[in-house]
Design a protein around this ligand. Structure first.
Ligand SMILES: O=C1C[C@@](O)(C(=O)O)C[C@@H](O)[C@@H]1O
Length: 260
């Protein structure tokens, strides 16, 4: 196992490299819990609740309650909670940033959330507040950057990983949009560099059709997690979890994570 595998908490069966994370995008409680049943049966390592898709996001108490229901319905699969901002490719929501942070605090307090995604591009004071709250509740903090338009230069991508680490991330994540296969190579090169230079796991993906290959081979360049569709996608280029599992197994027959 490479040194920077994601340590899956509590009742997880053990770290896999890369971990497979399946998003949950249901808009209502009923849709979400039906989705959990279908997706959990496909045994992802992590479930990501994309709360920006959820209609009732403003009802903090119900959101906290739902974390427990997701956890129970999934049989205890580690839960990542993510509000993706519209600025970084997520759904538009009515909450202010302070209300998002209050929601994050409430879900952390439940004890059912294992990982939290927060965008590193938020104000430093907001990032620090989320950092403190996740530490207090022993929740792993994923600090993320998304560029849905383009792929920055290798240096700039590497800087984003490094910035996340500087801000106290437990895991640094970068998702970018390629316009050419050269862009895909740039993302992989920056991922490899960051995974060797930083002391924390890094996660990356190049989105869309051109970048889909990174969801299968990103681990060979150090990416510790790949997102795959359980029932519905949350970003362009994601593939079905069965296909991702098969693709990883095929590649890992020839090249093992320990070889990296
Ligand atoms: O940041 C990420 C990665 C992602 O954007 C992807 O491209 O797979 C999907 C999102 O749900 C997740 O929060």
């Amino acid at each position: 196992m490479p040194p920077h595998a994601i340590q899956l908490p509590r009742n997880a069966t053990g770290a896999r490299f890369p971990a497979i994370c399946a998003p949950l995008v249901g808009r209502t409680a009923q849709r979400l819990l039906d989705e959990v049943a279908v997706v959990a049966a496909k045994k992802p390592d992590i479930l990501e609740w994309r709360v920006d898709f959820f209609e009732g996001i403003a009802d903090t108490a119900s959101m906290a309650d739902l974390c427990g229901r997701i956890k129970a319905a999934s049989g205890g699969i580690p839960l990542l909670v993510t509000r993706r901002s519209a600025r970084e490719g997520g759904e538009r929501i009515e909450l202010t940033e302070a209300q998002v942070i209050a929601l994050y605090a409430a879900v952390c307090r439940t004890g059912h959330v294992d990982l939290l995604d927060y965008e590193a591009g938020n104000a430093p004071a907001e990032v620090a507040e989320v950092r403190e709250m996740t530490r207090a509740h022993r929740v792993q903090l994923l600090l993320s950057f998304h560029d849905f338009q383009s792929t920055p230069a290798v240096e700039a991508i590497a800087d984003r990983f490094a910035r996340a680490a500087q801000l106290g991330a437990d895991i640094a994540k970068v998702a970018v949009m390629p316009r050419s296969m050269e862009d895909v190579l740039r993302l992989l090169e920056a991922t490899q560099r960051a995974s060797r230079e930083l002391a924390i796991p890094v996660v990356s993906m190049s989105m869309g059709r051109l970048g889909a290959i990174t969801r299968l081979c990103g681990w060979a360049f150090g990416s510790a997690m790949t997102f795959a569709i359980g029932e519905s996608p949350s970003a362009p280029g994601q593939m079905a979890i069965e296909d991702v599992g098969a693709g990883l197994a095929l590649l890992q027959k020839a090249l093992r994570p320990d070889d990296l």
